[in-house]
Ligand binder design. Structure first.
Ligand code: UDP
Length: 239
């Protein structure tokens, strides 16, 4: 089977790495092992994979009123959290037999390469999975924005946003039983219908640079493969 996309950027939230609610462990190695198997399948098809991972399972800086920590300071803490997750994912992928590189937007030479766009693209050409840590390296952004930005920079064909739900719905499916799922939707429709796919900065970057987004359920085995081979899984947002 031929993949639909040659180079993808997979965006995973930090929370997706969390085990069950009653476990205090922010990183569940079984989930990472499962994701590694999914990723391995598409690597073996020749798809080039870059990953941006969030940090919400460890720390979220956004809300100064809640954290009591100045916003910018908290945001940097959040970025460090994404590096911890990136290291965990890197270990999991290597355990599953893949070659990986972790690049950080904040310099930490002992554990990650600095983010260098051309180098990242070279790694991808060689079949290495490149994990981008520390978000954009700037406070006041999210890892969704980091995902959109890096995807555009490395000329990925699509950003794959792995979530807990299987796509974009007309309303919140957990609250509204009449909510219907879109297989396909345009950027403009998302805005006019006020559907929150990503935060506005991330979404606008994709729209302005014509980078399609696929929102899909990363926890369903085989789904990543299905998305990459162009099967009707999740929701495709495009122009
Ligand atoms: N963050 C940031 N700049 C970035 C990316 C992330 O300041 O470019 C901070 C921000 O505080 C954010 C935290 O890192 O709350 C964790 O990222 P995010 O909330 O996007 O993670 P996710 O929700 O995907 O787990």
């Amino acid at each position: 089977m031929l993949p639909k996309y040659k180079r993808v950027l997979l965006k995973l939230s930090g929370e997706s790495l969390m085990g069950s609610k009653d476990s205090f462990d922010p990183i569940d190695h079984r989930i990472i092992a499962q994701y590694a198997q999914e990723i391995k399948q598409i690597i073996e098809m020749g798809v080039q994979v870059a990953i941006v991972i969030g940090g919400g399972n460890i720390y979220r800086g956004m809300n100064e009123a809640e954290t009591g920590i100045e916003r910018a300071q908290g945001d940097y803490m959040g970025m460090l959290a994404t590096v911890i997750n990136g290291m965990a994912v890197q270990s999991g992928l290597e355990k599953a037999g893949m070659y990986t590189r972790l690049q950080s937007a904040i310099k930490m030479e002992q554990i990650a390469e600095p983010y260098i766009r051309r180098r990242a693209m070279r790694h991808l050409e060689k079949g290495r999975v490149v994990i981008f840590g520390a978000g954009t390296g700037n406070p006041y952004f999210t890892t969704d924005t980091a995902g959109s930005l890096r995807a555009i920079e490395i000329k990925a064909d699509v950003i794959l946003k792995g979530t807990r739900v299987d796509g974009i719905y007309s309303a919140d499916p957990e609250k509204d039983p009449n909510a219907t799922k879109y297989d396909k939707i345009t950027f403009a429709e998302c805005i006019s219908k006020n559907l929150k796919v990503m935060d506005m900065t991330a979404f606008t970057l994709c729209m302005e640079n014509n980078l399609p987004i696929v929102v899909f359920d990363m926890n369903k085995p085989g789904n990543l493969m299905s998305v990459v081979t162009g099967e009707k899984v999740g929701t495709l947002v495009s122009q």
